[in-house]
Design a binder for this molecule. Structure first.
Ligand SMILES: [Zn+2]
Ligand SMILES: [Zn+2]
Length: 152
């Protein structure tokens, strides 16, 4: 009976995209579902508040599931806000950047090409061996730009 429930939960959260859905644990499914429903970045504690009713009560459980989801490319971390967001494409290979509206916090995922990433990593000076690029662009979204430009 329990197994049926787990399969059912995974089926609900299956994201129809070009990437096949990897197998998720019940906790991973719940947390991914929470982030996808939110559609915006959430702190680990905000996630914990949302999944508490689903039986996830401890921060380490949330962090473990988030780490696993990040390894699968289904959840990304917004470094500047210490927050997590569901991948805009279901899952991706980790070559991404974010554009963030500074007024309403709208976040749009940007996919980087292999060439983009190579060029960015190439900016590292000789004394630092580059491993990873974290790129977040802030600005104003289409909805917020006119409001900010309007005379007071
Ligand atoms: Zn992504
Ligand atoms: Zn905005």
């Amino acid at each position: 009976m329990l197994l049926c429930y787990i399969i059912f939960m995974n089926a609900i959260h299956h994201h129809p995209g070009k990437h096949p859905a990897p197998k998720l644990s019940p906790n991973q499914s719940k947390i991914l579902g929470c982030l996808r429903n939110a559609g915006e970045p959430m702190s680990a504690y905000a996630i914990l508040d949302h999944v508490r009713n689903d039986g996830i009560a401890h921060p380490p459980t949330v962090y473990r599931a988030l780490n696993d989801l990040m390894k699968k490319g289904m959840v990304h971390r917004l470094e500047s806000r210490s927050a997590f967001i569901a991948c805009g494409d279901g899952a991706c290979d980790g070559r991404f950047a974010f554009a963030i509206c500074r007024a309403c916090d709208k976040v749009v995922e940007i996919h980087l090409s292999k060439g983009d990433q190579t060029r960015l990593l190439g900016l590292a000076p000789a004394e630092i061996v580059p491993e990873q690029v974290t790129l977040e662009i802030t600005g104003l979204c289409e909805a917020c730009a006119p409001a900010q430009a309007a005379p007071v």
